[in-house]
Design a protein around this ligand. Structure first.
Ligand SMILES: Cc1ncc(COP(=O)(O)O)c(C=O)c1O
Length: 430
């Protein structure tokens, strides 16, 4: 089987006359086979403009944990649309949604909703600075917390620009960012407690933001004791610990990676899978911190915050995220992960397959599992892009950065057909 994507290519070329590049996010430009145009989704599949029915492991960049067409969610949205679209006031549906999340997420004493992960990250930084009176947000190399100017630094720096591993320098993620944007930011390597403690000891850090498992790049579990140690170090030096659970939330555990790993941060942000593709994000955390939005003079706004249609979607998603659903999907996710590992091994393709049940990572050319961004830099990205292209021609859409997102809808049959495509693609590139 070798699919063609000619109509997508022609549509994109034409769209580029109106939309810059024919895409509305740079992350959609794609590498393996160019950006695609989709007509519709169906469970684990996306049907593209050429009529190809692709098994989808992008899953909306991690958002579509229930697949592309969850009936209960679709119905809840239709019902809510009939009741109106935006009230610029409160609705009982957002209260109900907030209650469920506060029950589920260990750190969520209070919550505020927003529309994107990038945006609620900004709310976390503002709260951290307001609560501590300190200035610096400390981030980790290779971690991504949105595309805004003050945080899009050292997300994917080239080796020759990143400085020494034990003293990385801040590298902008985009042309057009100003050095001034990073005056309240610093970067250290992730998964190394000594370096984190040394930086915190300077005493100027308001908040430390990290993915509790590194998933935007790689799929890396923190070393034993690292998350606990980071929390203790933040306490000792008067900084807040902020978990970015935009990917890990509802994927590593229904209650977040913080529940899975037993570490409760001061603040956390969620988005993506929380509402299965509807634009809902949340900042959650300690009551005294979130209440600063009301009593502490800290502003948080947004026309679309807790938009009722998205709240209805989120509520329906939360109801559909059952323990049984996780259990079954996790079993299939592990079968896929281990199947890919075995096929690559048999084909003589050097790779590390690491991560979790519903999200894992395939890194070509690595001798050992990556522990941080510097390790990931050693992977053979060009060969992996070829592999993705070979998969796409066989009807499987996998992210070129190595991430695989599995939904509740990826059935055993879909996994079997994926593994068949992996076998063919591995043979092609070996
Ligand atoms: C870990 C992480 N944080 C934050 C964001 C930003 O979220 P959004 O794209 O909704 O602004 C992303 C997006 O991919 C992410 O992966």
């Amino acid at each position: 089987m070798s699919l063609s994507f000619d109509r997508s290519a022609a549509l994109i070329a034409d769209a580029a006359n109106t939309i810059a590049g024919g895409v509305n996010s740079n992350f959609r430009i794609g590498m393996a086979g160019g950006p695609l145009v989709f007509a519709r989704g169906d469970g684990p599949y996306l049907i593209d403009a050429d009529g190809n029915r692709l098994i989808d492991y992008y899953c909306g960049m991690g958002a579509m944990i229930l697949g592309h067409t969850p009936k209960g969610v679709q119905q809840a949205v239709k019902d809510q649309v009939d009741k109106g679209i935006l009230y610029a006031g409160q609705s009982e549906i957002e209260f109900e949604a907030a209650k469920i999340l506060c029950e589920r997420i260990p750190s969520a004493q209070r919550i505020r909703f927003g529309s994107s992960g990038s945006e609620v990250a900004q709310a976390a930084f503002r709260l951290a600075r307001a609560a501590t009176g300190k200035r610096v947000i400390l981030k980790f190399e290779g971690h991504y917390h949105g595309w805004f100017d003050n945080i899009l630094w050292s997300t994917a720096p080239a080796q020759n620009a990143a400085g020494p591993e034990d003293a990385p320098v801040l590298v902008p993620g985009s042309v057009g960012q100003d050095a001034m944007d990073a005056t309240g930011l610093d970067v250290v390597g992730w998964n190394n407690l000594e370096r984190l403690e040394a930086r915190l000891a300077k005493g100027d850090v308001a908040g430390v933001i990290m993915e509790p498992a590194m998933c935007n790049q790689g799929a890396i579990e923190a070393s034993a004791g690292y998350l606990q140690g980071a929390l203790a170090a933040c306490r000792k030096h008067g900084a807040l610990l902020i978990f970015d659970e935009v990917i890990t939330g509802f994927r590593l555990d229904r209650s977040g990676a913080q529940a899975r790993f037993g570490v409760t941060p001061d603040l956390s942000i969620f988005a993506k899978a929380m509402a299965n593709g509807f634009p809902v994000a949340a900042i959650v955390g300690r009551a005294d911190l979130l209440d600063m939005f009301v009593k502490g003079g800290v502003l948080h706004g947004g026309t679309f915050n807790a938009q009722p249609v998205t709240m209805a979607a989120m509520l329906a998603v939360q109801q559909a995220l059952t323990p049984g659903g996780y259990e079954a999907a996790s079993r299939r996710g592990v079968r896929l992960r281990e199947g890919i590992r075995g096929i690559l091994e048999d084909a003589g393709v050097k790779a590390q397959v690491t991560g979790f049940e519903l999200m894992f990572h395939v890194g070509f050319g690595l001798d050992a599992p990556a522990r941080n961004y510097r390790d990931l830099l050693k992977s053979d990205k060009a060969l992996y892009v070829k592999f993705c292209h070979a998969l796409l021609k066989r009807g499987v859409r996998a992210l070129e950065r190595g991430a695989w997102f599995v939904s509740f809808e990826h059935s055993d049959d879909v996994i079997d057909r994926t593994l068949e495509a992996v076998r063919g693609a591995a043979k092609e590139i070996a």
